[in-house]
Design a protein around this ligand. Sequence first.
Ligand code: MN
Length: 425
Amino acid sequence: MTNPNDPKLRSFLEVAPDCDFPIQNLPYGVFSTAGAGARVGVAIGDSILDLAQIALAGLLPEAPAGVFEAAALNPFMALGPDVWSATRSRISQLLRADAPRLRDDAALRARALVPMAQAKLHLPFEVSAFSDFYSSLQHASNAGMILRGPNAALMPNWRHMPIGYNSRASTVVVSGTPVRRPLGQLKIGDAAPVMGPCAKLDFELEMGFVIGQPSTMGEMLDQASAERMIFGFVLLNDWSARDIQAWEYQPLGPFLAKAFATTISPWVVTKEALEPFRTATPAQDPAPLPYLRQSGLQNYDVRLEVDLQTAGMSAPVTISHSNFRYMYWSSLQQLMHHASTGCAMSVGDLLGSGTISGDDKAERGSMLELSWNGTAPLALGAGETRSFLEDGDHLTFRGWAQGEGYRVGFGEAAGVVLPSLAAPM
Ligand code: MN
């Protein structure tokens, strides 16, 4: 069968070169329409291929039809990488310009192709657990310099393991969900702590990856088994309350400052679709311990952008450009490390990369870094500046891997900031 990543493949559906969803991508999501409940689909151009309908027509024989009628990708992911791969090949074959089966069946096309504009996109999988890492050297150095000064920017453990924490699955939301400014305990200067609205609301530009196969409690993962567990990737905004964080985080790390909302993109781009965009992980010094060693190209060249539109602006401005390839620790190393004490991984676990910043000022992945903790407010044009996010600010993340004449994109992870509720007395 043809390689579904072949750059020469074309779909019988029109797909613009700058569209995120050409036939080389085929990301999975969950959608609903006016007449029908949530089910699994694949994005192609500006349409969604309804996999529940395609399976009912008997065209996805490797998977039981029911898995695509689910309101989450978890049952499909649980089937494992051989089924993921076979299903993607079937879908690619169906959508090819030279394949008549779907192209020439008007009735099936009418049932199975839904204009994306007519669909509501849902959280694509049930998030079993969510852990977030801190694995971009540039971000960790910037944040450390801001919080601890230049001599203690990187903690002594940072170059020896991917640092992370267990966050909250319950507040992971799909792109488009508004995010309310949190209330929290704040300590300003020498005054006694107060309960009030966060004044340093921030975003973190991240990628997330989705675990599609479980591991057993007590089991360490080698590279080959870890690779087979990663189903795909999403854009991820780890909304952060810097002032709540500054007061609460010592000595155990982030807690409520990170627990109020995490936004992900609605489409899960499969690991297989990103294969052509693998690139080397930056040199690691010192060499990682044996359980963290990896061979092959384990980073991905995915361009990332953050747009901000304030309530007073008529169009967004791009405030950051970065790239997933900057990660010091790869997703694979993060997963091997996460399981290394025997921590079991589950189908539907979401692991965040950590904020992804580059060397350049324009590549900083958070307001904390872009405004240097408010000491250098960011100019947005038309006289507006930002140190941190304000009510009514609309943030949009975009990401894509650029091929020759096509892109494998993630769509958007977007959200608007709503004012906080009144603080209790
Ligand atoms: Mn984070």
